[in-house]
Design a protein around this ligand. Structure first.
Ligand code: AMP
Length: 302
């Protein structure tokens, strides 16, 4: 089943203790689509400026991502600049330039409107709702956001959440959104805003999923070399939602498997800058790591 995503397509400038990358391909929708493309067809909605090179378009096409909803307009592409210290769980945003996103009015191509599964990646919550309004009757709507939007557009974000079934955010964002230091309390509050399932991403400590069935915890894959965590959250979301769109099963068992698949994809992404590591993975590698996850947290009752 095709998966519809709206989010940013960007140039990122990133510094980590292990190196730096200047104006490389990034953006929430880019990471998400690339990751999801291993599991399902993806229809992308975003905007880029006239400085966006053909080689990036060709890469997205090579991953079979449908770009009919990618508008190209005069002006500069969205840019984000961030820095990480030795604690790679916390990104420090140095600069955000919305550029062409400032006046973007998304218009869905006709063949996108019947989407059953929708992902509102990290972008202005006004745009998230603008896209959602144009989808006929989605079965599942999931979303992500970040501190930038929680600070600058909180009311709009709360409005978006009323129509969201699954929210994926990190621990700092969950605390910021609710004013609760305790994540279990924060989760209960977020569920009262609309989403029935919440996934809190905790970087190297894994992911915790909350819903009416209880709490599920997926570890992060223990890697020796983490180079750049940029896009880990979006790559997680791509694996998670791609798996759900592929199975079209939203039972708790499948949600748990999807959370592990998201963790597998995110673990590859952080091994290199930009999308370098997830450009062209072999599906067998993905399956092998998925099975390793089972061994990581399996134990026998006495
Ligand atoms: P993640 O590390 O998964 O949270 O996502 C990082 C990606 O989000 C980067 O590639 C950025 O281009 C993109 N990004 C950063 N800030 C924003 C923002 N305010 N709105 C949309 N996308 C953003």
């Amino acid at each position: 089943m095709a998966l519809l995503v709206v989010g940013s397509v960007a140039f990122d400038t990133v510094e980590t203790p292990f190196g730096q990358a200047q104006e490389v391909l990034g953006g929430s929708a880019t990471y998400f689509s690339t990751s999801a493309s291993y599991f399902t067809d993806v229809n992308l909605v975003a905007v880029v400026g006239d400085d966006f090179p053909e080689k990036h378009i060709n890469f997205l096409k090579m991953r079979n991502i449908n770009l009919d909803g990618l508008e190209r307009t005069g002006g500069k592409t969205f840019r984000w600049q961030g820095k990480y210290g030795y604690d790679l769980n916390e990104a420090q945003t140095l600069n955000t330039e919305l550029n062409v996103f400032e006046h973007f009015k998304p218009k869905l191509p006709e063949h996108y409107k019947g989407a059953d599964v929708v992902f509102l990646a990290n972008i202005d919550p006004d745009l998230q709702r603008e896209v959602l309004k144009q989808v006929n009757s989605p079965k599942i709507v999931a979303a992500d956001t970040m501190n930038f939007w929680i600070e600058s557009k909180r009311d709009s974000l709360i409005e978006t959440l009323k129509n969201v079934n699954i929210l994926l955010i990190n621990d700092g964002e969950a605390r910021q959104l609710t004013g609760e230091a305790n994540l279990v309390k924060a989760a209960r509050k977020i569920i009262s805003y609309g989403p029935s399932t919440l996934l809190i991403k905790r970087g190297e400590y894994g992911v915790t999923m909350f819903n009416e069935h209880g709490i599920f915890i997926a570890p992060a894959y223990p890697l020796e070399d983490v180079f750049d965590p940029t896009g880990a959250g979006d790559t997680f979301a791509g694996g998670f939602m791609g798996y759900l769109a592929n199975t079209m099963d939203f039972t708790d068992e499948t949600l748990r498997r999807a959370a592990v698949m998201g963790s597998v994809m995110a673990s590859y992404n952080v091994e290199d800058f930009s999308l370098n590591k997830i450009r062209d993975l072999d599906y067998k590698e993905i399956e092998t790591r998925f099975r390793e996850f089972k061994a990581l947290s399996h134990f026998e009752d006495i």
